[in-house]
Design a protein around this ligand. Structure first.
Ligand SMILES: Nc1nc2c(c(=O)[nH]1)N[C@H]1C(S)=C(S)[C@@H](COP(=O)(O)O)O[C@H]1N2
Ligand SMILES: [Mo]
Length: 260
């Protein structure tokens, strides 16, 4: 037997057809068992790794995070969400999600708190935001739960707001964090997407002030993301180089970027 293996595996040895077939068969079996073994042990290893709160094991989460980074990197100013004529917009627009909107709300005393890198906080009124150049966007708003709707929104480009209030040190950081005044709902957004030209601090729906349940006085509209990221009723805004907490990513393991 060992003589036989020696014969077919000796380098440069001229083999007859039967010997060649045998050699290939032996090699095929050998690699089949090596790969099957590797796959089996790889799977066992994967199952033995700790999981995150969303029940995704650490190595798989690492792959997902890498994917997110790659696709996030592909997102640029040139990638614009399709816009529609205003006449196509739903009116009234569907309402979805009430987290952070149930706490009694004192609209007269509302301020948008912008927490600066220095630790200072800008406390802005609705008028401070309304006086900036207004843009409108009509686009297909997509909820991760499976519905979508063409809707019309008005407000100031987030990037214009940043310029007007001198927040360039802040937007040099990697993430924007937003939360409702009662802190019940919160999202984190990569800065590239926040600074995207179609991202707005929104105060109008169909040309009228936002309805209470749609985020009065000011919400985010971020067309390059699923609806979960369009936080209604901004209370605090802050900036960070680490990922801000994100309600759905933390609770359900939804994709942190939720990009479209
Ligand atoms: N404060 C707050 N903002 C929120 C939510 C929420 O529950 N609370 N839900 C999000 C989700 S999942 C969607 S799809 C959109 C829905 O926005 P709409 O009510 O204007 O349709 O709001 C997002 N912003
Ligand atoms: Mo949603």
């Amino acid at each position: 037997m060992s003589h036989f293996f020696q014969t077919i595996f000796t380098a440069n040895k001229k083999l007859n057809t039967d010997q060649l077939i045998l050699k290939k068969t032996v090699l095929s079996f050998f690699f089949f068992f090596v790969l099957a073994g590797a796959a089996f042990w790889g799977w066992k290893w994967l199952r033995s790794r700790p999981s995150d709160s969303g029940k995704t094991s650490a190595p798989i989460r690492a792959v997902l995070n890498t994917n997110e980074k790659i696709f996030d990197g592909l997102l640029s100013d040139k990638h614009l969400t399709k816009e529609y004529p205003k006449s196509k917009a739903a009116n009234p627009a569907r309402v979805n999600g009430f987290l952070g909107l149930k706490t009694p709300f004192d609209s007269a005393n509302w301020r948008m708190n912008v927490i600066k890198a220095s630790g200072d906080t800008l406390k802005l009124t609705l008028d401070d935001i309304r006086k900036l150049p207004k843009v409108e966007i009509t686009f297909n708003f997509k909820c991760i739960e499976g519905w979508s709707q063409i809707t019309n929104w008005g407000g100031v480009r987030f990037a214009d707001f940043v310029k007007a209030y001198g927040l360039t040190n802040e937007t040099a950081m990697e993430y924007l964090g937003l939360s409702t005044p009662d802190k019940e709902y919160y999202v984190g957004i990569d800065m590239l997407s926040a600074m995207h030209p179609q991202t707005i601090l929104c105060y109008e729906l169909n040309g009228k002030p936002l309805p209470m349940e749609q985020g009065y006085p000011v919400r985010l509209i971020i067309p390059v993301k699923y609806g979960v990221k369009s936080l209604k009723r901004i209370g605090d805004m802050y900036f960070s180089n680490s990922r801000p907490p994100d309600y759905w990513a933390d609770k359900k393991g939804y994709d942190y970027f939720s990009g479209l």
